[in-house]
Design a protein around this ligand. Structure first.
Ligand SMILES: Cc1cc2nc3c(=O)[nH]c(=O)nc-3n(C[C@H](O)[C@H](O)[C@H](O)COP(=O)(O)O)c2cc1C
Length: 303
């Protein structure tokens, strides 16, 4: 008998809980030799802004112990190019597509949600609130509960699609932000985005990234991500999507047991581009061998 891997994320029905993380899987096309995107729960595409963004100057990626730092600067071609060029290609992949959006102001987020709302190829919207609010002196939306709630409301008011708010770990109390966005109507939360870090070349005494600081991702951040997923899942009633250093079936299981309904695979895609597909099969095999239901795993941590 087949194992049921289906999950419900707000109004979004996914065939399984394995998704790919924004910015680590492009728009799916480069990965199609390695994974059938239609077999995944969903693919989350690279962050889209209203207008094109050139990103930061190089070097903007550096390896660190157990992970990597990136300062891509949210480079992307803007929403109109995404709709013209990427949507037709995503239609061919037949994958469930979640579009990650970013803005410099609340109005940007509202306009992006409105623009994407009529597109049938877009199954859900993931909102990156780690960006600085240019109108409010550059404080990231994701660090102040009231601002995070305002972004959530602006997106919800402008779309009928499920809205996932992607939380930043660079805060004192991530549960306060999670509760604020839940109260504002978020259908789910995903966490974590990258942790702010830096690396120095001691020979030149220069930062290894041109931007000086960047976002840390990969196995090094997994314990922090797992802790935050656990804490958030304890306090919210909406589904939690776990992200951060997931590299193996064991990692997936840890996040589910901590309370995640689904997970996203990020940096590990750069090491093994076929990993997300392998994890769908691995999870199915695990549930079959252990005669266990997915729902029995989620939040099953024994303390
Ligand atoms: C090169 C790179 C680009 C990323 N771009 C985005 C992005 O555009 N939007 C976003 O919300 N997160 C972005 N992220 C963050 C990832 O989606 C993910 O939250 C983070 O890397 C932690 O997961 P991981 O350790 O499995 O990579 C990016 C990460 C990397 C490494």
């Amino acid at each position: 008998m087949g194992v049921d891997l289906a999950v419900q994320i707000g109004g979004l029905s996914l065939k399984n809980p394995i998704m790919t993380a924004s910015g680590t899987f492009g728009y799916g096309e480069e990965f199609s030799p390695f994974v059938n995107c239609a077999d995944l729960g969903a693919i989350v595409v690279k962050g889209i802004s209203l207008l094109p963004r050139p990103g930061n100057p190089p070097p903007r990626i550096v390896e660190t112990q157990g992970g990597m730092l990136n300062a891509i600067g949210l480079q992307n071609g803007g929403v109109e190019r995404f709709i013209q060029v990427k949507i037709p290609m995503l239609r061919e992949l037949k994958a469930a597509v979640i579009v990650n959006i970013l803005g410099d102001s609340i109005d940007d987020y509202a306009a992006l949600a409105r623009r994407l709302d009529p597109l049938p190829e877009v199954h859900g919207i993931e909102v990156n609130i780690s960006c600085p609010n240019v109108k409010k002196g550059g404080v990231a939306f994701g660090t102040v509960p009231e601002m995070a709630a305002r972004v959530t409301r602006a997106v919800k008011d402008n779309t009928s699609k499920p809205v996932i708010i992607k939380l930043s770990p660079n805060v004192n109390d991530i549960t306060a932000i999670a509760l604020a966005v839940e109260e504002a109507g978020a259908d789910a939360v995903s966490l974590i985005n990258t942790l702010i870090g830096m690396a120095i070349d001691v020979q030149s005494r220069r930062p290894k990234l041109a931007n000086i600081i960047g976002g840390l991702s990969g196995p090094a951040i997994k314990p922090v991500a797992l802790r935050m997923v656990y804490q958030v899942a304890q306090v919210v009633g909406i589904p939690v999507i776990g992200i951060g250093g997931i590299n193996s079936l064991n990692d997936v299981l840890e996040f589910l047991i901590a309370g995640a309904t689904a997970v996203q695979i990020g940096t590990a895609n750069f090491i093994n581009p076929g990993l997300s597909g392998e994890l769908v099969q691995g999870l199915e095999g695990y549930l079959r061998e252990n005669d266990c239901k997915l729902a029995d795993l989620v939040g099953s941590l024994q303390t």
